[in-house]
Design a protein around this ligand. Structure first.
Ligand SMILES: NC(=O)c1ccc[n+]([C@@H]2O[C@H](COP(=O)([O-])OP(=O)(O)OC[C@H]3O[C@@H](n4cnc5c(N)ncnc54)[C@H](O)[C@@H]3O)[C@@H](O)[C@H]2O)c1
Length: 422
């Protein structure tokens, strides 16, 4: 514990107008937040166990700059006694599909070991309801400290949308929950300087559940439109035109577009965090289970539709998947549905190939599946649109193989039936 020179009964230090901030975890969420805090004038230290993540944040700061400062470290001993600590570490599922909060636990232990009395720790990672008041509070309330008296605690789940060109975290309204009024006041004093709109809610659990509801809503609607896309295709009706038409209703409808299934580290993951707590409370959602299962099954259903077009067997067929990342124009393969599709094609005996203009070096998980630069050169029996990157010319893809399967409904079907919605 650092010696801050403060007696337990001494008055708390005020939040300095341009205080020090530590951001723990410099990935998709932590890096933009660190940059935004530096742009707001704070002296920011980014801490990440991965030196590469630190180096990427350093590069980004060199490019953007700011009235504040940003330095990074992979050594917890190098962390300053900052007044504000943001925890932005991963919250994945473990091998058994259960929430894995080990990184949050480790990050709060780091906070507690380095933060001075009077500092604020804010959970930004997505967690289950009760995490802030449970494991985060427990980590801080060691050796006699009390949240709201000696140290402050809040939760502000991130809503960032990687790949969205509209800018950083400042523009997205910021949910904020805290277990007590003093913590809320302290957290607002920070977030009001970093973001344009803070949305305070009555408890940490409301903020935690709101974030999980947002992504659960996405998952359920993605699973629904993916299933209906198959239904509309069977009816010979173009799904995207149906969705566009329905979206002209000025109330009660939000458009969702078909695809190969929601991937990434949030939409298929966060609902499992909610479901675990709902189940523990005796109120699991059956609809949520169906949506999770339907989303997971989506790449397999597309592979089955491709197989059906070849008389039920893919043995020896050359199938090229165009685009393999989990969303367009973002070089991230975590939970990517096209990767599951490729693996399914290989398991079914196909000679699977892939191309992706957004990914740099081929990642190890695709080592055994050949990459082609141009799908037109793949001499494939069929092409499946995996991720509709902006760099793709859909008209060119439509002509790149004798059969083209489009889970997104983006390529207009042709009279000869070569292009198929799946
Ligand atoms: N990526 C998104 O689009 C997004 C959007 C909203 C919310 N979230 C949530 O935000 C959180 C972070 O997600 P992300 O996408 O930024 O993850 P990420 O994997 O991109 O980055 C996390 C970083 O934390 C580092 N890290 C892990 N454990 C650490 C520790 N104990 N100490 C220091 N560094 C540590 C990792 O090395 C990594 O660089 C997750 O809860 C996620 O669900 C993500």
């Amino acid at each position: 514990m650092p010696d801050t020179g403060l007696r337990p009964d001494a008055p708390l230090p005020a939040l300095a107008p341009a205080g020090e901030v530590v951001v723990i975890g410099l990935g998709y969420v932590g890096r933009p937040l660190a940059l935004e805090a530096a742009a707001a004038g704070f002296a920011v230290t980014g801490f990440d166990l991965s030196p590469a993540a630190g180096a990427a944040a350093d590069d980004a700061f060199r490019a953007t700059g700011g009235p504040g400062t940003l330095r990074t470290t992979a050594d917890p001993a190098g962390l300053p006694p900052a007044t504000t600590w943001l925890v932005c570490v991963p919250t994945p599922l473990d091998a058994a599909g259960r929430p894995d909060l080990s990184a949050v636990r480790a990050a709060f232990a780091t906070c507690r070991a380095r933060m001075p009395r009077g500092a604020l720790a804010c959970l930004v990672s997505t967690c289950q309801p009760g995490a802030t008041n449970g494991l985060c509070r427990a980590a801080l309330e060691q050796e006699g400290w009390r949240v709201g008296r000696d140290v402050f605690l809040a939760v502000s789940p991130e809503r960032e949308n990687p790949g969205d060109a509209r800018g950083g975290p400042r523009r997205i309204p910021r949910l904020l929950g805290a277990p007590d009024a003093a913590s809320m006041a302290r957290a607002r004093a920070f977030w009001d300087r970093v973001t344009d709109a803070v949305v305070p809610v009555s408890s940490p659990e409301v903020a935690e559940c709101a974030k999980l509801l947002e992504n659960t809503y996405r998952l359920v609607n993605v699973a629904l439109i993916d299933q209906l896309h198959a239904a509309f295709a069977a009816l010979g009706v173009p799904t995207r035109e149906v969705v566009s038409a329905a979206a002209t209703k000025p109330f009660g409808f939000a458009p969702f577009w078909p695809g190969l299934g929601a991937g990434g580290h949030c939409i298929p993951v966060d609902p499992a965090y909610l479901q675990q707590e709902a189940r523990a409370a005796g109120a699991p959602s059956r609809l949520l289970d169906l949506a999770l299962a339907g989303n997971e099954a989506r790449p397999g259903r597309v592979a089955a539709a491709v197989a059906e077009a070849f008389g039920g067997s893919l043995e020896g067929r050359r199938i090229v998947v165009a685009g393999v990342t989990y969303k367009p124009d973002v070089a991230d393969l975590r939970g990517a549905a096209p990767v599951a599709l490729l693996q399914g094609l290989v398991a079914a005996g196909a000679q699977a190939l892939w191309c992706d203009p957004v990914l740099g070096e081929a990642p190890p998980m695709l080592d055994d599946i050949p990459r082609v630069a141009d799908p037109a050169d793949a001499q494939a029996d069929a092409l499946v649109l995996g991720t509709p990157h902006r760099a793709f010319d859909l008209a060119v893809l439509a002509g790149a193989a004798p059969l083209v399967f489009d889970p997104f409904g983006l390529i207009p079907p042709d009279a000869a039936g070569r292009v198929r919605a799946v």
